[in-house]
Design a protein around this ligand. Structure first.
Ligand code: AMP
Length: 307
């Protein structure tokens, strides 16, 4: 870990010059893309990148094109100074934080090209948030083209986003290796998210019910149940019972294609989204089944805070 000052670059040209020079010196590049308001979940991605690469670029960009008209773009937390300090503390070597004008010169909606990842992006969050994944795919493609060949670290927290990015990297032959990092959770199981700060204390307590419901479902699978419709019915009942929560979706899908499955299979994701007041929280569990062996990926847990 280090906490010395690191460059904070705003222009595409300056980041390209910085990374081209690094590559000329034989350095390897890791990158972590974020919307800022960094927390320990982001830090775990930066740690993974820093353990394997000489240069670690953290991008901080609240991308307007992935927000719907009634979503929280204006309210989304912006904490750049803290983000740079956290990134530096976790051994990032450069922060790239472009303006909207730098990323979309001429204004949003004026460019001719959108990256659309068919099928993988269309259900779950894609259905609840029309246009969201086109915004994500397009900005991620732009950022990967700006950064150039690199290893990119993404959280399994956003499992559908991960599947979408894997698909676009493969389909567009990008010179990028994608690494998936475990979900980091609070000690009570709530997945860390920049949006958790929207929760009031009561909602925050209740929100731990999301992961509890997922873990109970995973335990049933561990005990041998495989039938997705009956597992889903129990999961939905548990999620519906969370005080103050409003279920958006609970689906069982293939981890790579994000198409629905009838029976838990080798590479499955149980993915959920629940509204609490103004916050929409997502979570998931990845389940791998091979023969009689069931691998349940609950993620990593932060230690409990001292009272
Ligand atoms: P965001 O800033 O929310 O767009 O997230 C940036 C990256 O951090 C994405 O790859 C997320 O999947 C990842 N991330 C966010 N929260 C977590 C978490 N709790 N555990 C692991 N990765 C996370």
């Amino acid at each position: 870990m280090s906490s010395g000052p690191i460059p904070v670059l705003h222009s595409i040209e300056s980041l390209r010059a910085y990374l081209d020079a690094a590559r000329e010196h034989g350095k390897s590049i890791g990158c972590v893309m974020t919307m800022g308001a960094l927390h320990a979940g982001h830090a775990s991605l930066i740690d993974a990148a820093a353990a394997a690469h000489d240069e670690v670029v953290v991008t901080v960009f609240v991308n307007p094109t992935q927000f719907g008209p009634n979503e929280d773009l204006a309210a989304y937390p912006r904490t750049l100074d803290d983000d740079v300090a956290l990134a530096a503390h976790h051994s990032a070597t450069v922060v790239f934080t472009p303006t909207v004008e730098e990323m979309y010169p001429g204004g949003i909606g004026t460019s001719h090209t959108t990256v659309h990842v068919a099928r993988v992006s269309e259900r779950l969050c894609g259905a609840s948030r029309p246009g969201h994944f086109d915004g994500v795919s397009t900005v991620v493609t732009k950022l990967l083209n700006i950064i150039g060949p690199c290893t990119a670290y993404f959280g399994k927290k956003d499992a559908q986003q991960l599947a979408v990015i894997r698909a676009l990297v493969t389909d567009l032959d990008l010179r990028v290796e994608v690494i998936a990092c475990p979900i980091l959770r609070e000690s009570d199981g709530l997945a860390l998210s920049s949006r958790n700060r929207y929760l009031d204390p009561e909602e925050r307590r209740a929100a731990a019910g999301i992961s509890r419901a997922l873990f109970e479902c995973a335990d049933r699978i561990g005990a041998g149940q495989r039938d997705a419709p009956s597992l889903r019915a129990a999961l939905v009942a548990a999620l519906d019972a969370i005080p103050g929560g409003r279920l958006d979706y609970a689906e069982f899908v293939d981890a790579r294609t994000f198409q629905p499955i009838d029976s838990i299979q080798s590479d499955s994701v149980l993915a959920v989204a629940v509204h609490f007041g103004g916050a929409r929280l997502i979570d998931n569990i990845h389940i791998g089944v091979q023969g009689s062996t069931v691998d349940i990926d609950r993620g990593r847990f932060l230690p409990a805070q001292e009272p």
